[in-house]
Ligand binder design. Structure first.
Ligand code: ADP
Ligand code: MG
Length: 235
């Protein structure tokens, strides 16, 4: 018991150290990026191409740091009533170009009038990570299906793909920081999503079969608003 507590404390300190380093690195990175963007705009010669590459990699470093910081401490800055269907459609719109490039069709089935109280940017981030994984796992010509339905005070968002799937050992590693099977993966997306969903009082579960596909179910505490105008008048 005592040993476990010590271990947890150690992990906590290491995590805090990593987060503060990540935070300190982000500031100079932002400055460097600003100057490079300026140079990139002015440069008309050969270096224009090199600067594009540098900026792409810098963007990658920046998003790894942001994801890690978000994992270490999700920031729920502005809580508001967010309509789930609206958030899901915003996220699918955001990923439309990416899905098209990968040759994957995304189908969405929405249920309007269901709300969650949350920081909508956090929820969007959690969904982007999960849906992006589904698209990435799916071969050209494949499909990703997103559906949403509410039972009582629980709303379920199901993201399923007919992609490469995972075996039980892979499923067990989901949510482990930096676990990735991709060449350019960061292994942060799933961990960040789990953390956000749990911070919202929800839960997330994965069902997958190698070579067949994956189904991710996100449960969120939600409520229905039958008569919006009436509710607004009462405020
Ligand atoms: P990354 O996408 O950067 O690899 P994630 O944390 O988002 O990191 O995912 C971790 C790993 O989990 C992926 O590399 C992949 O092997 C596996 N994975 C996640 N979602 C799926 C999915 N829908 N289908 C198959 N494998 C998945
Ligand atoms: Mg990912």
């Amino acid at each position: 018991m005592r040993k476990e507590i010590l271990r947890a404390e150690k992990l906590n300190t290491l995590g805090e150290l990593a987060a503060s380093i990540a935070h300190e690195i982000r500031n100079p990175l932002t400055v460097v990026k600003g100057f490079l963007q300026m140079m990139h705009k002015q440069e008309k010669g050969n270096n224009h191409y090199y600067l594009s590459l540098v900026l792409t990699e810098l963007g990658r470093a920046e998003s790894i740091i942001n994801d890690y910081l978000n994992f270490a401490k999700p920031q729920f800055e502005k809580l508001e009533d967010a309509e789930l269907a609206e958030i899901i459609s915003e996220v699918t719109l955001l990923l439309e170009a990416f899905a098209a490039k990968e040759g994957v069709q995304v189908n969405v089935q929405l249920e309007w009038g269901v709300y969650v109280e949350t920081d909508r940017n956090q929820l969007k981030q959690a969904l982007v990570n999960i849906i992006k994984n589904a698209i990435e796992a799916t071969d050209e010509g494949g499909e990703v299906h997103i559906s949403q339905n509410t039972v009582g005070h629980e709303s379920f968002i199901v993201v399923s793909d007919n992609g490469k799937g995972m075996d039980s050992a892979q499923i067990a590693r989901l949510g482990t920081l930096f676990y990735t099977t991709k060449d350019k993966g960061t292994g942060l997306g799933t961990s960040v999503s789990i953390k956000i969903i749990e911070a919202m009082g929800g839960s997330i579960s994965f069902k997958s079969e190698k070579g067949v596909g994956t189904e991710v179910t996100i449960m969120l505490p939600a409520y229905k608003k039958e008569n919006l105008t009436l509710l607004n008048q009462q405020k």
